[in-house]
Design a protein. Structure first.
Length: 287
């Protein structure tokens, strides 16, 4: 009986690439986006996990259990943890696309039995040389990139984007969503107002200003370095009216879109996150 020879470098790199594309598919379906270095580390974890191909064949239940544990760990590495709802959604979608891919590979193996292909413990291996694997992956990436740019060329500006908020040499980075219902503006300048939570901004707010942004808008501190930046922004909803503490940053950068210093950031305190996916609500007047 012929035995399949498995090269560890090809095995790990192949499954790293597969995991990376499964993570990209997860981003697509959930509209989430992990930092690229985190997604790469998650994909690397998937490549290392593939070494279990050398273990004796597991039963179905144990195979599913290990896949779920590994998938949860890879999701955490790639996207981090923000809220339970967001993390569970990401885990479920990643596991779904992973099991779908595994099912397709098993189906391919059963129907065609390709030469050099091996599946054990849901790990896929193709017997190809490392140079061919690297070159073919690069070609596929370039083709995918070109195809993506063609598809996106005539699409309207997205309502979801990454952002960087800069002030006094400090940065806060996150995901923003355009809220067409947010028409807040600062009364004196007329600049548009975006909305964040105190928990998200706490690390860049100086200690001398924290009481003000926690909701004690009467707090005065003679040592407050943000005194000239601070404002109160009036708001109204169907059920209430009030004032939101706000500040003017040095710069708000919306990646792949625009950047401006003509903006104020209003701070809310009644919840820890805007929602499970976003850290800022944008104002349409920014555009």
């Amino acid at each position: 009986m012929l035995q399949q020879v498995i090269y560890v470098d090809v095995l790990v790199i192949l499954n790293l690439i597969i995991t990376f594309f499964l993570l990209l598919a997860t981003e697509l379906f959930t509209k989430e986006k992990g930092k690229r270095w985190r997604v790469f580390l998650g994909a690397l974890a998937g490549g290392i996990y593939s070494l279990q191909v050398f273990l004796p064949e597991m039963g179905t239940l144990l195979n599913i259990l290990t896949r779920v544990i590994a998938g949860t760990a890879i999701t955490y590495i790639s996207f981090g943890f923000k809220t339970h709802k967001r993390f569970i959604k990401l885990c479920l979608v990643f596991l779904a696309v992973t099991f779908l891919f595994a099912g397709l590979m098993i189906g391919l193996w059963i129907v065609f039995t390709p030469s050099g292909m091996l599946i054990n413990n849901s790990v896929v291996y193709f017997g190809i040389s490392l140079p061919v694997l690297i070159v073919s992956t690069a070609v596929c990436y370039v083709i995918s990139l070109v195809f993506s740019k063609i598809l996106m060329r005539n699409k309207p500006q997205t309502t979801i984007c990454d952002f960087v908020l800069e002030i006094d040499g400090k940065k806060a980075e996150g995901r923003a969503m355009l809220d067409t219902g947010n028409n807040l503006c600062e009364s004196f300048s007329g600049y548009p107002v975006v909305i964040c939570t105190y928990d998200f901004l706490e690390k860049i707010i100086p200690d001398s200003s924290k009481e003000f942004f926690k909701g004690n808008v009467t707090a005065i501190n003679s040592e407050d370095t943000w005194q000239r930046r601070k404002r109160l922004v009036p708001y109204s909803t169907v059920t209430e009216k009030g004032m939101l503490p706000a500040f003017r940053p040095d710069k708000l950068i919306l990646k792949n879109s625009t950047q401006t210093d003509k903006v104020f950031v209003a701070v809310i305190n009644y919840k820890k996150h805007i929602n499970e996916s976003f850290d800022m609500l944008l104002n349409p007047n920014l555009f």
